[in-house]
Design a protein around this ligand. Structure first.
Ligand SMILES: Cc1cc2nc3c(=O)[nH]c(=O)nc-3n(C[C@H](O)[C@H](O)[C@H](O)COP(=O)(O)OP(=O)(O)OC[C@H]3O[C@@H](n4cnc5c(N)ncnc54)[C@H](O)[C@@H]3O)c2cc1C
Length: 402
C-alpha cells in the first residue's frame, strides 16, 4: 500500500470513529457533568489510539507522524469536542515531560494524562511576573526529604480541575534571575494549595489564582535539572506556542470563515461588495495560517523544530482572531451587541467575540512574540536588559524591594 493510500485509510477510520464517538450537545449539563463527559471522551480517544498520536510509544503515545496528527485534527474540526480540560496537559506539560522527564516520571504521569484520568495545569505567571516570567518570586526551599513551596501564581488555566501542575519556582536567589529557577511537578491536591477562580469579560472563569503555603514536594518532583528551570520553561513555552498556533477551532465556531459566511447569508448581506471583500480577506489569512502550520509540523517531523517560528504561528493566530471579530462586525452590524431573544446565534457570537482577545495575551502577548521574531528571526538588535547580570536577590521586582 502506498503512503497516500495508508493516509486515506487512516482518514476514513478517524472519520468513522468520530462519527460514532463524538459526544452530542452538552447544553443541559452542569459543571460536574461537563467534566465527566470530557473525561469519558478523552478515555475513549486514548483507547482508540487518537491521544498522543505523535508522542513516542515509551511515553504512552502512538509514535505516528505529523501527517496522521494533521489528518485527525482536520477530521475532528467537524465537531465541538470536549477536550478543554486536557489542553494544557496535552499541549504543554506532557510534551515537556516527554523531552525532559525521567523514565519514572514518564511512566507515572504520561499514560494517565493521555487517558484523561489526570488533569494538568501550568503555573508560571505571577502578579509581578507575566511577560517577564523570569522575575517570578514563588520559591522552593530544599529540606531533608524534598522541597517546600511558597508563593502565588495567577491566570492558571484549568487549575480548578487540575491534579498536577508544572510550577516554576525560585530555588537560588543568589544567581541571576534566569539561572536560579527550577520546574517542579506539584500535586494540586496537596495540603497548602488554594485555588480561586478568576472571571474574564466573557463572564466565564477559565483561569484561577493559586496560593502555595508550605506545600511539600518530593525530591523527585524536579523536571529537568535543579536551577535549570529556565531551560524547562523555554521548552514548555515552545510547545505552548506551537500548540496554540496549530490548534484548530471547530468549523462550527461562530468566528470561523464558514460560520461567518452563513451569518452573511442569513443576514441577507452576502452579496454586498464590502462584506465579500472582508470575508475573502479572512479566508486568505485562515488558509495561509493553516498551510504555515502544516509546514511547521512537517519540518518538525523532519528533525527541524520550529524554534522562534512558533511565535509566528502564535502571533498570526491571535491576529486572525482579531480579524475575524472585525469581520463579524462588518457582517452582522449591530446584531453582534444586541439580538432578538429567539436568535440563538447572538449569544454564541458575543461569547466568541468577548473571549477571543485573550489569545493576544495568553501564552505570551503579541508584543512579546514580535520581540522574539525581531530578535531571533529578523536578527534585529536585542532589547536592552539591565538586570540580566545582577543576582535576583538584588533586583526590585514584584513585591521584592531591596
Ligand atoms: C486566557 C489566558 C490564559 C492564561 N493561562 C495561563 C496559564 O495557564 N499559566 C500561566 O502561567 N499563565 C497564564 N496566562 C498568563 C499569561 O501568560 C500572561 O497574562 C502574559 O504572559 C502577559 O503577562 P501579564 O498579564 O503579566 O502582562 P504584562 O507582562 O504586565 O504586560 C502588560 C503589557 O505590556 C506589554 N509588554 C510587556 N513586556 C514587554 C516588552 N518587553 N516589549 C513590549 N511590550 C511589552 C505586554 O505586551 C502587555 O501589553 C494566561 C493568560 C490568559 C489571558
Amino acid at each position: 500500500m502506498s503512503v497516500l493510500e495508508e493516509q486515506q485509510d487512516y482518514r476514513s477510520a478517524a472519520r468513522a470513529w468520530l462519527r460514532e464517538h463524538a459526544p452530542g450537545p452538552a447544553a443541559k449539563l452542569d459543571a460536574d457533568g461537563l467534566l465527566s463527559r470530557a473525561r469519558d471522551f478523552q478515555a475513549a480517544l486514548y483507547e482508540a489510539g487518537y491521544s498522543g498520536i505523535t508522542w513516542p510509544t515509551d511515553a504512552g503515545g502512538r509514535g505516528l507522524g505529523t501527517a496522521e496528527a494533521q489528518i485527525f485534527s482536520d477530521e475532528a474540526a467537524e465537531y465541538e469536542l470536549p477536550v478543554g480540560p486536557f489542553v494544557i496537559g496535552m499541549g504543554m506539560c506532557g510534551p515537556t515531560l516527554v523531552d525532559l522527564g525521567t523514565p519514572e516520571q514518564k511512566a507515572r504521569y504520561l499514560p494517565k494524562l493521555l487517558s484523561g484520568e489526570e488533569i494538568w495545569c501550568q503555573l508560571f505567571s505571577e502578579p509581578g511576573a507575566g511577560s517577564d516570567v523570569a522575575s517570578l518570586q514563588a520559591k522552593a526551599v530544599r529540606d531533608d526529604d524534598g522541597w517546600v513551596l511558597n508563593g502565588q501564581k495567577v491566570w492558571t488555566t484549568n487549575a480548578q480541575w487540575a491534579d498536577f501542575g508544572a510550577v516554576l519556582a525560585r530555588t537560588d536567589p543568589d544567581r541571576v534571575k534566569h539561572a536560579g529557577m527550577t520546574m517542579f511537578i506539584v500535586d494540586m491536591h496537596a495540603p497548602g494549595v488554594t485555588v480561586r477562580p478568576l472571571r474574564d469579560m466573557s463572564g466565564r472563569a477559565p483561569f484561577n489564582e493559586v496560593y502555595f503555603d508550605d506545600v511539600r514536594m518530593p525530591a523527585d518532583a524536579v523536571i529537568g535539572q535543579v536551577n535549570q528551570g529556565w531551560h524547562a520553561a523555554v521548552t514548555m513555552l515552545g510547545h505552548e506556542r506551537v500548540s496554540i498556533g496549530a490548534s484548530r477551532r471547530p468549523r462550527s465556531n461562530p468566528l470561523e470563515f464558514a460560520s461567518l459566511v452563513e451569518l452573511a447569508r442569513s443576514a441577507g448581506v452576502a452579496g454586498e461588495p464590502k462584506v465579500r471583500e472582508v470575508l475573502a480577506d479572512l479566508f486568505a489569512h485562515e488558509r495561509a495560517l493553516e498551510l504555515f502550520n502544516v509546514r511547521m509540523r512537517q519540518e518538525t517531523a523532519a528533525g527541524n523544530p520550529p524554534g522562534a517560528r512558533g511565535s509566528v504561528a502564535k502571533l498570526a493566530g491571535a491576529m486572525l482572531l482579531r480579524r475575524a471579530i472585525e469581520t463579524a462586525g462588518e457582517v452582522a452590524g449591530a446584531d453582534v451587541v444586541a439580538w432578538d431573544p429567539e436568535d440563538t446565534r447572538g449569544p454564541e457570537l458575543a461569547l466568541g467575540i468577548n473571549s477571543s482577545p485573550a489569545s493576544s495575551i495568553a501564552g505570551g502577548t503579541n508584543e512579546i512574540q514580535r520581540g522574539i521574531i525581531g530578535e531571533r528571526i529578523l536578527g534585529l538588535p536585542k532589547e536592552p536588559q539591565v538586570d540580566r547580570d545582577v543576582p535576583f536577590r538584588e533586583l526590585k521586582v514584584g513585591t521584592q524591594r531591596t
